[in-house]
Design a protein around this ligand. Sequence first.
Ligand code: ADP
Ligand code: GN1
Ligand code: MG
Length: 369
Amino acid sequence: MNEHKMWEVVQRFGFPSETESIAPYGRGHINDTYCVTCSDGTRYLLQNLNINVFKNPAQVMSNIELVTEHLRKKFLERGEDPSRRTLKVRYTKRGENIITDKSGECWRSFDFINNSTSFEVAKDTNDCFLCGIAFGSFQADLLDFPAEQLAETIPNFHNTPVRYRDFEKAVAENMSMRLGEVMEEVTFLQERRHWAEILTSAHRCGELPLRVTHNDTKLNNVLFDKVSGEILAVIDLDTVMPGLAAYDFGDMIRSGAATGEEDEKDLDQFDFNLERYEAFLKGYVEGCAGTLSDAEIRVLPKAAYVITYEQALRFLGDHLNGDMYYKISIPNHNLIRTRTQIKLLKRMEEEMDAMQHMADALAAHPRIS
Ligand code: ADP
Ligand code: GN1
Ligand code: MG
């Protein structure tokens, strides 16, 4: 990263006191994130928005402003502090919510949520329960948000059949010439292609409604209080769009019910944990506060499988395309990530009956509506 350029960007945001340092922050796969520290001790989050992924930055920012404003009102009504519970966009000296630098890159800033932390791997089942509550109540708080105001920031983001077609295209084109080395993984995913349709067909036949969803519900997209361990904010709002609750639940399980990091090389250190799954399930259904239908609850275990399958298609597709989408930092990074997803799929196949049983028990339970 060109340091000089970043200092120029910071000047345009005009933080209240002199900038002392700009340091890389966080572990996202898409945007480049920095923590800016000023001489008065205040900190700001500075992000380079990935414009290869988000083709229309203005739409992304408009979605974020609308959603955070809606949430801010909810937190105020409940007597909670919105500055710790949701993101707050910072504007430049000229009042812009995002700017383009001389080389065409896009930059935005948020207030830094102090004393917060996010986890790559859950410490215990309580983290999982709280994360479930966080994403569930995020969705419940957006139930009365006018969804038609939101732009679709990435078309077909969770359209698994389309993701499958893209994967087959990557296999056919073999741009990276790596196909020969990954046939085992390719075959594994091809043999399970019937899973791709499950959620989209349930939506088409009216079983699963569209809601305003987050769509990137990784464990590390929830901030926790560093000291008390309480939930603070749901962050990374670039993909908030109309979607299926099932995909939001699924991605929490994919990322949070695993015992290791997504790019763990030693698959013996990486497993699917049923207790964590159950904690997410209970937290999510509780967080949704009676707003999910029985059909939406009963499909949750399958949703965990479908999104993990979708993610494996995306990682392996990117490996075959020559690593064009996800940031990588080691050779074969996307293949390593694919293998953890395949391990999760195998383990969920073994545990599916138990997973289903837990969801059915919750669906049968009377809820507030
Ligand atoms: P990406 O889209 O690349 O995943 P994120 O928006 O999730 O980027 O940010 C990356 C990391 O930075 C998060 O996982 C979190 O740890 C941290 N982070 C993001 N926003 C804030 C914020 N406003 N305050 C404090 N930490 C933040
Ligand atoms: C990306 O931005 P981040 O790291 O939270 C990706 C998700 C994937 C995830 C896999 C916009 O999420 O869809 O599930 O990596 N975000 C986008 O770790 O593609
Ligand atoms: Mg993130």
